[in-house]
Design a protein around this ligand. Sequence first.
Ligand code: CMP
Length: 435
Amino acid sequence: MIHPKSKLRALWDGIILLLVVYIAIEYPLRYILNYTPTKILKIMNILTTVFFCLDILIQFRTSYIDRGVIISNPKLVARKYLKTWFFIDFISGVPFELLLNYTGMYGQLLKILRLIRLGRLLKLFKMNTILMRRARIYNVQPGIMRLLIFLLWISLFAHWIALGWLHLGGVSDSISFSHQYLRSMYWTVTTLTTIGYGEIVPVTSEQTIFTILVMLTGVGVYGYVIGNIANLMSNLDIVHASHVKRMEKVNAFIKYRRLPRNLRNRILDYYDYLFERKIGSDESDFYNDLPKSLVRDIKLYLNKDLIAKIPFFKNASDALLTELVLSLKPVIYLPGDYVMRIGEIGHNLYFINKGHVQVISPDHGGVLATLSEGSFFGEQALLSDEPRNASIKTNDFCELFTLEKKKFQDVIKKFPAFAREMELERILRDKTHKL
Ligand code: CMP
């Protein structure tokens, strides 16, 4: 059985989609102009038939997902397929042309055949389903996908309307076909967009009725576009939009409180950094809505770099990791900030995810050590209940994770090996710095 989200399935969907678009362009063209197909078109025809037939088989062999459960039982798959798309796939897939050719009825049934061929266009109804499915799998914004589908449909519609206008003799046939088509498309676009310059006008009754219908369609399309595009544009980049909104509030605050230039610059630098690094200021709302197990997996994924950088995290048991990962809180410091000062009471332990910090000596203010990604600091005050024994100053933008004292003590109680490993790490670190 084929997995509905597999690469093979995606490739197959892509091919079917291209063929559907191809027939949507070529079949009506041939229906209106009634030309004999060239060799390439004949090959394309055979290819389409073969692929559409195979598509029926592939559908019978593709599992489906029902309320989160993957169903691979061939009987259930077949039942679901027969109830949904089978009819359309059958009409568009069965090679009626070959059958009629074979039975020698080709000549008599030419008219029916042309209609049957158009039946293949029914497969167009699957286009939206295929595209929306892919959008979900590849995480394309639904709004963008809807716009793309709309553009595809409107292009195909324009093509069909242009052919209809040609069929009704709306354009003089004294010019070459490509020019006729171009003029007809020009008429379609001006009528559909309700611009209507009026240099190509309906003469016969059929042409007039056709024009009225196209105009009415145009009004509908126009309303749809205006209504949706504005909505789509405002939703296109929600992250950017919310950043702009937040910056408006921040700027208003800075102005209202008349903050000095250097503080203002630091605030703006901070928000710019958040935006550049794609870090949301408050993600807790997002986690509140999700089940705990999922939050754990997301946090494990998001902190996987940190976990890989810190040796005792790498070897930690699953239970310890879960405990830590759910309690770690991200914080950001700007270059030159003091994360802690000597003599303060310690409330947090810190892990460095990105950036460098300097450990500043209590006696002469010199730099005792520079700690980088994967290191931790601030554990001594928590372990010994004494004030901080050094100050910590950032060198550059620092992304840290903090663990509160209470949580740290809980973890140590539950996993005494964690404290031992931490002590070992610290001794090793001190030794390396002394070397
Ligand atoms: P704490 O005393 O809680 O706060 C200051 C922190 O600086 C301390 O914990 C250690 O984590 C760290 N620290 C102190 N001295 C050194 C050193 N010589 N090398 C590296 N880190 C240190």
